[in-house]
Structures are given as structure tokens and as C-alpha cells.
Ligand binder design. Structure first.
Ligand code: ADP
Ligand code: MG
Length: 247
């Protein structure tokens, strides 16, 4: 891959699910070390975008390039790409350790058991590594899904609301990993509902409404208030004005 080549390039992506156009003319790029956060209301198409970029769903039109090459339709799972989504595909009857070990073997990671143990320690799950995943709390499952992604050291990280369910120490663990990932030249696409989170994890932010990227900007120097105002403005234009009052 050329050094100057973006890790991810999406060109005029369109995705239809049944009769509905879920994504329309989506174009974006994320370079090495770059992070793009995407804000958007429920049903905007954010998770669909990540699934297409992850290769789980194929585009209806347009192109997805990863590591300087067009993504193949029926491509094999690429260990350089990892999606942390809502459906964690964990085996409930197996332990955390077994889940990670199986995943490590699937992705042909060297010394999968050692990597799995290191990942569990890193995400604070060492103490429960031998418990069946069905006994894990929501936050513990989220930690496990993140540990699984960490184990693969993906160059392209696709995170769908990754902070949901995490306690404060868990959030710190994720922050630390994302910072490390950035420094090592990895690229991130992160979906979040919170402007402050978007600013923390990215250097650019975009707004997706009804399948269209309607706005984007570099986050450098941007305040959470300014981003909240921008986002609220777009929600209002989309007929989804928010009005919050207390007391
Ligand atoms: P977001 O993540 O922004 O909340 P999604 O990408 O999950 O939104 O969904 C966008 C649209 O695509 C919604 O209108 C939803 O109904 C539709 N959609 C998503 N997944 C499916 C599916 N598996 N089958 C049918 N429609 C779907
Ligand atoms: Mg979603």
C-alpha cells in the first residue's frame, strides 16, 4: 500500500435494503492515524455503513476501498479490519477465554491463547476469563468484544457505539486503546451519539441523516457546544428537532 493512500476510501456508496435506500451517495476517506466520528439519529444508516465497510454487506452501488484496493464482494474475513458492533457474535456457553481463543484461531493470529489471555487482562476481564459468557453483564460483554478486536491489532477499526454499557474504567481502557491505535497509524470509523465523545476519539466528524452525509469538519479546536449546536441544527432541518427542558 502506498504511504499516502487512505486506509479507507468510500466513493458514492449506495445501499438498498428491500425497497428502502438506506445509504445515498456516501463518500469519505480515513487516512493512517485518522479517526472519523459519525453522528446521526436512529435509523440514519450508520450501522449499515459500518457493515458495508466491514464487508458483511455488499454495496448496491459505489465503491469501498480498503488499504488501497477495492473490497471484494465475497472476500475472506480480513484480520486487518475489525468491527465492534451491536451483535457481538459471542458464544454464550463458552468462557471469555474460549471465545477469544476460537476467534484468534479463525483469524490465524499467532499464539492465540496467549494473545487471548493478554487481551482479557488488558480489558480488565482476567478475573472472569473462565466464566461462561452468558453470565457476563452487558458492559463485560462489551469489554470482551473490544478485547477480541484488540487481540487482532486491526489497522482499520470500525466501532459502532463502542462506549455503550462501559463503566468509567472501561471507558478509560477504550480511550487508551484508541490513542495507542492512533499513534500506531491505525484508522478508525466511530459511531457515537455524543458530541463530546466524537471530539475525543476523532480528528474529523461527520453527520449522517437519512443515509446522506450532510456535513463534516475537522475537530481541531471545535468545542462540544459548537458541535452540539451544529448537530441540533441538522436534526431540526431533517424534521427531527430536539427540545430538552428540565424542571
Ligand atoms: P442506525 O445505525 O443509523 O440507527 P441502521 O443502519 O441500523 O441505522 O438502519 C438504517 C435503516 O436500514 C433503517 O431504516 C432500518 O430499518 C434499515 N435496516 C437496517 N438493517 C436492516 C435489516 N437487516 N433489514 C431491513 N432493514 C434494515
Ligand atoms: Mg446503529
Amino acid at each position: 500500500m502506498d504511504k499516502a493512500e487512505p486506509v479507507l476510501r468510500v466513493k458514492h456508496l449506495e445501499k438498498w435494503i428491500g425497497e428502502r435506500r438506506v445509504l445515498a451517495n456516501v463518500s469519505l476517506e480515513v487516512g493512517p492515524g485518522g479517526g472519523l466520528a459519525i453522528l446521526g439519529p436512529n435509523g440514519a444508516g450508520k450501522s449499515t455503513l459500518l457493515k458495508v465497510v466491514a464487508g458483511l454487506w455488499s454495496p448496491s452501488a459505489g465503491e469501498v476501498w480498503r488499504f488501497g484496493a477495492p473490497m471484494e464482494d465475497e472476500g475472506r474475513p480480513d484480520p486487518r479490519v475489525n468491527l465492534v458492533g451491536h451483535h457481538s457474535f459471542l458464544y454464550p456457553a463458552l468462557s471469555g477465554l474460549e471465545n477469544l481463543e476460537i476467534y484468534g484461531r479463525l483469524y490465524q493470529i499467532p499464539r492465540p491463547r496467549e494473545r487471548a489471555l493478554a487481551a482479557l487482562e488488558r480489558f480488565g476481564l482476567g478475573w472472569s476469563s473462565r466464566d461462561p459468557v452468558r453470565t457476563y453483564s452487558r458492559g463485560m460483554k462489551q469489554r470482551l468484544t473490544l478485547a477480541r478486536a484488540w487481540m487482532c491489532q486491526p489497522q482499520l477499526l470500525l466501532l459502532d457505539e463502542p462506549y455503550v454499557g462501559l463503566d468509567l474504567p472501561g471507558q478509560r481502557l477504550l480511550d487508551d486503546w484508541l490513542e495507542e491505535h492512533r499513534r500506531s497509524g491505525g484508522a478508525r470509523l466511530v459511531i457515537t451519539h455524543y458530541p463530546e465523545e466524537a471530539l475525543r476519539v476523532s480528528d474529523a466528524v461527520a453527520i449522517l441523516i437519512r443515509g446522506r452525509l450532510v456535513w463534516w469538519a475537522a475537530t481541531s479546536g471545535m468545542s462540544a457546544d459548537a458541535l452540539t449546536r451544529e448537530y441540533s441544527g441538522w436534526l431540526a432541518k431533517g424534521g427531527m428537532a430536539v427540545s430538552v427542558s428540565f424542571g
